[in-house]
Design a protein around this ligand. Structure first.
Ligand SMILES: NC(=O)C1=CN([C@@H]2O[C@H](COP(=O)(O)OP(=O)(O)OC[C@H]3O[C@@H](n4cnc5c(N)ncnc54)[C@H](O)[C@@H]3O)[C@@H](O)[C@H]2O)C=CC1
Ligand SMILES: O=C(O)[C@H]1O[C@H](OP(=O)(O)OP(=O)(O)OC[C@H]2O[C@@H](n3ccc(=O)[nH]c3=O)[C@H](O)[C@@H]2O)[C@H](O)[C@@H](O)[C@@H]1O
Length: 436
């Protein structure tokens, strides 16, 4: 199939590369030249395991290319996947301006096209957004009626950064929100290769499923963290407790997101929870559980800060900055928040995270650094020995990198472990797990 993918971000870059790898001809579209340029040279604009290779193959085989020309992309393809950002506004509501603009642009291109084009929204949007924003924008700009002059569907994305390609090829669920059958038929054709049977529901249901999914992940993490905190103070390993709980076959609970640890973050869980709470307020529905999920997350951040403060040391070596290993995504990383709090209170920090190279940051990440961490460049080092030489206390926030550090230090400096690098060392005061 001929496919265009709008947005070369964490979702769009992976989708475009995987679709090309599946044998489709893919045009990736982004207004940002820092996304289009590298992709056309076979370079991934983001850090994501395996993505460089897929992009190189796609460019090499000419099945993948990038452009900023919307008309060329719509004209040359049968179906457009829209993967543009839906960030939080400052009041917590969902910013749908990128989605609306993409719909306007695609609609204007459809106006000049003769064949039936399908527009498939993949960005995370609140229930009702397709109906109130996306469809009207497409109809207005194309001068055609949805379902007749062009097709639409809502197809939520469930990938996790750092395992995005594996998640693409082994999805837990495939949900299509139906508007017209012609577009659903195209999606079914595209998804023949997957083991999971797609489930077709209404557009509003598909929109709601996406939020429910992310809220569930956040809720599980906050629950696990709270149990972990209680267990730690009672001298019990909360990991073992939850492990045993999940092994009960009658309960049938997945272990995913039930491992006590640090605060959750990333570009989606916090923003989607905020948007859902905002939407609920507008519907006059109280959300004590969602509110507590966020409050518990804040408690985990406060707990990590207090543990550092309790050491009485001022020179901190922070291992990890992105929100999880094997990604360069800094958006709403709890480690960024922790670094900010420490920096703001005059702690002298050195941060080591090989996935964050200030000179290579682009797009959302660059914006994020400019607005949240303009001093980042002075705190980050690409030399782990510099952190080892500098620190009076280590904070482990990235398990992969921390393991390397652990082999380099075997002295008496305190270590605060947020990601369960080595729980066997937690018996003394020098090595403290956040909640084990
Ligand atoms: N990051 C993730 O792991 C996941 C994200 N999502 C959702 O997918 C959506 C995209 O997220 P990310 O990929 O993280 O965002 P991102 O911020 O990494 O990428 C968005 C891209 O869209 C581009 N863009 C903006 N306006 C455009 C337009 N009119 N036409 C073409 N491109 C345009 C931007 O330049 C940017 O490169 C969001 O709604 C997010 O909630 C869903 C599942 C997973
Ligand atoms: O909508 C989205 O954008 C995506 O958001 C998350 O994916 P992602 O943020 O990439 O990564 P996760 O692995 O889910 O991690 C999110 C946060 O939860 C934390 N986490 C994750 C797993 C876990 O067991 N415990 C835990 O604390 C991570 O450290 C991180 O801070 C969702 O889990 C995906 O299903 C969803 O598609």
């Amino acid at each position: 199939m001929q496919i265009s993918v709008f947005g070369i971000g964490y979702v769009g870059a992976v989708s475009a590369a995987c679709l090309a790898n599946d044998g489709h001809n893919v045009i990736a579209v982004d207004p940002n030249p820092h996304k289009v340029g590298p992709l056309n040279e076979g370079i991934s604009p983001i850090v994501e395991p395996g993505l460089d290779e897929l992009i190189q193959n796609g460019i090499g085989s000419k099945r993948l290319k990038a452009t900023s020309d919307v008309r060329e992309a719509v004209n040359g393809t049968d179906i457009s996947f829209v993967c543009v950002g839906t960030p939080s506004r400052s009041n917590g509501s969902l910013d749908t301006s990128y989605v609306a603009a993409a719909a306007e642009q695609i609609g204007a291109a459809i106006r000049e096209k003769n064949s039936f084009h399908s527009v498939v929204m993949r960005s995370t949007i609140l229930p009702g957004t397709m109906e109130s924003i996306v469809l009207p924008a497409l109809e207005r700009a194309s001068g055609r009626q949805a379902g007749v002059g062009f097709g639409v569907a809502y197809y939520p994305e469930f990938l996790r950064e750092s395992t995005a390609i594996a998640d693409y090829y082994d999805p837990g669920a495939i949900i299509f929100g139906r508007h017209d059958q012609a577009t659903i038929d195209r999606l079914l054709e595209l998804h023949k290769i997957f083991k999971v049977e797609p489930r077709v529901v209404s557009i509003r249901t598909a929109e709601a499923v996406k939020y429910t999914n992310n809220a569930w992940h956040a809720l599980k993490i906050s629950f696990a963290n709270e149990i972990g905190n209680i267990c730690k103070e009672a001298g019990i390993d909360g990991h073992v407790v939850l492990d045993v709980l999940c092994a009960d076959t009658r309960l049938n609970i997945s272990k995913a997101y039930l491992k006590p640890g640090f605060a959750f973050g990333g570009s989606c869980l916090p923003k989607d929870l905020r948007a859902l709470r905002f939407a609920a307020r507008r519907l006059d529905v109280p959300t004590p559980i969602l509110d507590a999920t966020m409050a518990a997350n804040e408690e985990q951040l406060r707990r990590a800060y207090s543990m550092v403060a309790a050491t009485g040391k001022r020179r901190i070596g922070l291992i990890g900055l992105s929100f999880k290993p094997e990604t360069d995504d800094l958006r709403e990383s709890p480690l960024v928040e922790l670094a900010e709090r420490l920096f703001g209170r005059g702690y002298d920090i050195r941060i080591y995270d090989p996935n964050i190279q200030v000179s290579k940051l682009t797009g959302a990440n660059l914006q994020f650094v400019k607005s949240h961490l303009p001093h980042l460049a002075t705190l980050l080092t690409s030399d782990i020995d510099e952190v080892v030489d500098h620190a009076e206390v280590f904070v482990l926030g990235n398990r992969d990198e921390a393991k390397r550090l652990m082999s380099a230090i075997n002295d008496e400096r305190p270590i605060i472990d947020l990601v369960r690098v080595d729980q066997t060392r937690c018996s003394g005061d020098l090595y403290q797990g956040i909640c084990w």
